[in-house]
Design a protein. Structure first.
Ligand SMILES: [Zn+2]
Length: 601
C-alpha cells in the first residue's frame, strides 16, 4: 500500500519538476544581445558637454586625414621625414586650439651664445609638444648557427644560414652556445596528465619544440575538444588581435625554467611551412599582390624600456623542419617519428640530445634614430584630481614606403590620430573642464612594436594615469558578411537574430578592461547620445597588438575602439577615399563623451 502511495505521489510531482527544469534551462540561455549596444534613437547631450560634442564633425576629421594620409608624407614611417611633418602638423593644431604642451622641456637652440653675446640671461627652457625617443634601428644582421655532436674523439658538425634554415629577430649582437633538449610540443596539461617537461632539466639549454599541439585536425584528439581546443588551436587571428607570445604558456614554461632559447619548429608537415618560403611569402600578402621591394625597418627602444613589462623574455628561433631533422639526426631521431609517437600515445617523448650542442651567433649592424610622441593636455578643474590623467591616444606612424609603394595608412591609424586631434579641439572649445586632466597622445613606433606608447607608460607626463582610451582603425565600415566573419575572429558567435538587427555602416568593436566594469556602463550610457551599433566585450587581459596594451600590462584600465579590418589592412590601398566620415564622427563623439565622464567621476 505504502509503495503504491509513494509511487502515485512521485508520479503527480513529475510534471512540476520537469517544468522547473525547463524554466532553469530557459533562464540559463545566454542573452544574445549581452555583448551589444545597438542604438538608433539618440538623446540630446547635456549642456555641460554640448559645445565640445557639436564641434566634432566627420567633415573636419576627413579634412585633417587628407593631409595626414597624403602621398607627400610617404606613409609616416617612424623616424622619417613624413612622420616628422605629420607630428609638427598635429602639434601646430594643438597650439592653435590652446591645448597645452605635454612633451619634453626644450631650450631654444642657439640661445646660449646669442644671449651671452647680447649680455642677456639665457631663455627659460619651456615645454614642447614632442616627447623625444631614441630608437635602435637594426640595419642588417648576419649570423650563423652550427650544431655539433661529440662523443669522445668522434665529432660531427653542421652549419645553417639565417632566413634559409632559421629566422631569428635579435636586436643587438648575440652569441649563444648550449646543449639541446627536445620537448615535443612543450606542453604541460594537468587535465590530461600530460607533461612534456617532466624529469627534464632545461636550464641554460636550447629547447626544441613543435608549434601548436598534438592532434591537429583530429576531431577525436582531447586537445581538439572544448576549452582545450580554444587554448591550443585558437581561431587564426589578425596580427593585431593575437595574444603576445610572452603570455602564451608554451613560452612561459621554458622562460620560467631558465632555458637559453626556444627552437620553434612548424607543426604542419607541409613544405610551404619551411623558413625560406615563409620569408618570401612574408614579403607579400597574397598571390594577387606584388612583392614589396626592400624590407620593413626594424627598431627597438634603447635599453628595451618596457620590454620586461611585455615579458618577451625568451629568445625564439624559428627553425625549418630540415634543420630540426639535421639536429635530431645527430642522435638518430627525426621529427616525423617522434611526432607520431606523441600523437599515438599522448605520452611525453622528451629527451636531452646526448652530446649535441648548438651555437647561434648573430651580429647586427644598427644605428640610433630619433622620433617623437606628440603630447598635449588640458588641466583638470579639481585641485586634487587634476593630478590624475585620462590618456586618449592613437598611433600616428604607419608603414612608410617600399620602393614606389606608399602605405598611406588613412585608416591605420590616420583615422585614430585625427580622432585624437578632433577630441582635443572639442575639450579645448568646451567651456566646462572635467575634474581630471586629459592627455592627448599621438604615438610613434606602434608598427615597430608599440614603442611610443610603451615609452610613455614608462615616462608619463602626469604620474597617475586613471584610464587609457585607444583609437586604432576607426574609419572603415563592415558589410554583413564581414560582420559574421568578425564574430568568429573575436571568438564570439554573432547570432543570426542579432546580425539582422545590426547596421554595418555604424558598427564598431569596443573592448575594455574587465577589471574596471564602470567603463562599460559609461560607454553604453553615452552611446544613447551617439547611436552606434557596437559590440562591447570585456577582457581581463589587454589583448591585441595596439597601444592600449602597454597600459593594460601596467595594470592601467583601458578601452580600445576598432572598426572594420578590411583587405586594405597594411596595404598601399588603405587610402582616404575609402573612409566613412559618419562612422568616424560617431566613434570620436562617443570617445569624447566617455572620456569626459571618466575624467569627471
Ligand atoms: Zn594600427
Amino acid at each position: 500500500m505504502k509503495k503504491t502511495l509513494l509511487f502515485i505521489l512521485i508520479l503527480s510531482l513529475l510534471p512540476y519538476s520537469l517544468a522547473i527544469g525547463q524554466q532553469e534551462q530557459a533562464e540559463e540561455k545566454p542573452d544574445p544581445m549581452k555583448n551589444f549596444s545597438l542604438v538608433d534613437e539618440t538623446q540630446p547631450v547635456s549642456e555641460k558637454v554640448k559645445v565640445g560634442f557639436d564641434s566634432i564633425t566627420g567633415k573636419d576629421t576627413v579634412t585633417y586625414l587628407k593631409f595626414i594620409s597624403d602621398d607627400l608624407l610617404e606613409g609616416r614611417d617612424t623616424a622619417s621625414e613624413g612622420y616628422d611633418i605629420a607630428a609638427l602638423y598635429a602639434a601646430t593644431m594643438f597650439e592653435l586650439w590652446g591645448i597645452k604642451p605635454a612633451g619634453d622641456m626644450e631650450r631654444p637652440s642657439m640661445d646660449f651664445r646669442r644671449m651671452m653675446m647680447q649680455g642677456q640671461p639665457p631663455a627659460q627652457a619651456k615645454r614642447g609638444y614632442f616627447q623625444n625617443i631614441a630608437f635602435l634601428e637594426t640595419l642588417g644582421s648576419e649570423g650563423q648557427a652550427t650544431v655539433t655532436w661529440q662523443k669522445g674523439l668522434m665529432k660531427k658538425t653542421k652549419s645553417f644560414s639565417p632566413d634559409m634554415d632559421y629566422t631569428y629577430r635579435a636586436s643587438g649582437n648575440q652569441s649563444m652556445t648550449a646543449p639541446v633538449v627536445f620537448v615535443g610540443y612543450g606542453i604541460q596539461e594537468p587535465s590530461l596528465k600530460f607533461d612534456e617537461y617532466k624529469n627534464l632539466d632545461v636550464k641554460g639549454k636550447f629547447v626544441m619544440m613543435l608549434s601548436e599541439a598534438p592532434g591537429k585536425g583530429d576531431p577525436e584528439s582531447p586537445f581538439n575538444q572544448g576549452e582545450l581546443k580554444k587554448k591550443y588551436f585558437p581561431e587564426r587571428q589578425p596580427r593585431m588581435m593575437r595574444r603576445r607570445r610572452s603570455t602564451s604558456p608554451k613560452f612561459k614554461v621554458p622562460t620560467d625554467l631558465g632555458a637559453e632559447a626556444v627552437l620553434l619548429v612548424e607543426n604542419s608537415p607541409d613544405e610551404n611551412a619551411d623558413i625560406a618560403r615563409q620569408y618570401l611569402n612574408s614579403q607579400r600578402i597574397n598571390d594577387e599582390r606584388p612583392i614589396y621591394p626592400g624590407t620593413r625597418r626594424r627598431m627597438s627602444l634603447v635599453d628595451n624600456i618596457g620590454r620586461s613589462m611585455f615579458g618577451d623574455s625568451i629568445p625564439t628561433i624559428r627553425i625549418s623542419r630540415k634543420m630540426a631533422n639535421e639536429i635530431l639526426g645527430m642522435v638518430d631521431h627525426d621529427i616525423g617519428t617522434l611526432k607520431g609517437k606523441i600523437e599515438g600515445t599522448l605520452k611525453s617523448h622528451s629527451m636531452a640530445l646526448q652530446g649535441v650542442s648548438l651555437s647561434v651567433k648573430n651580429k647586427t649592424e644598427s644605428k640610433l634614430v630619433n622620433s617623437m610622441n606628440v603630447l598635449g593636455y588640458i588641466e583638470g578643474s579639481d585641485p586634487e584630481l587634476k593630478n590624475e590623467a585620462v590618456v586618449i591616444g592613437g598611433h600616428l606612424d604607419h608603414l612608410g614606403r617600399r620602393g614606389d609603394y606608399i602605405f598611406n595608412g588613412a585608416d591605420d591609424d590616420g583615422s585614430g590620430s585625427v580622432g585624437v586631434m578632433e577630441i582635443a579641439e572639442a575639450f579645448a572649445k568646451n567651456p566646462v573642464k572635467p575634474k581630471r586632466s586629459i592627455v592627448f597622445a599621438l604615438w610613434t613606433g606602434e608598427e615597430k612594436g608599440l614603442l611610443g606608447s610603451r615609452y610613455y607608460v614608462a615616462n608619463p607626463f602626469i604620474e597617475k594615469t586613471a584610464v587609457n582610451l585607444n583609437l586604432d582603425m576607426i574609419s572603415r565600415v563592415y558589410d554583413k558578411e564581414m560582420l559574421a566573419r568578425s564574430g568568429r575572429r573575436w571568438g564570439i558567435e554573432v547570432s543570426k537574430e542579432v546580425l539582422e538587427k545590426i547596421d554595418p555602416k555604424k558598427y564598431v568593436n569596443c573592448s575594455f578592461d574587465a577589471n574596471t566594469p564602470v567603463i562599460e556602463e559609461i560607454i553604453r550610457k553615452n552611446n544613447n547620445h551617439v547611436g552606434l551599433h557596437m559590440r562591447i566585450t570585456g577582457s581581463k587581459e589587454a589583448t591585441g597588438g595596439s597601444d592600449h596594451a602597454p597600459f593594460g600590462q601596467a595594470k592601467i584600465p583601458w578601452t580600445f575602439f576598432i572598426a572594420a579590418m578590411t583587405e586594405d589592412y597594411h596595404q598601399p590601398s588603405d587610402s582616404v577615399d575609402k573612409v566613412s566620415a559618419d562612422l568616424m564622427e560617431k566613434i570620436i563623439r562617443l570617445t569624447y563623451l566617455a572620456a569626459f565622464d571618466l575624467a569627471d567621476k
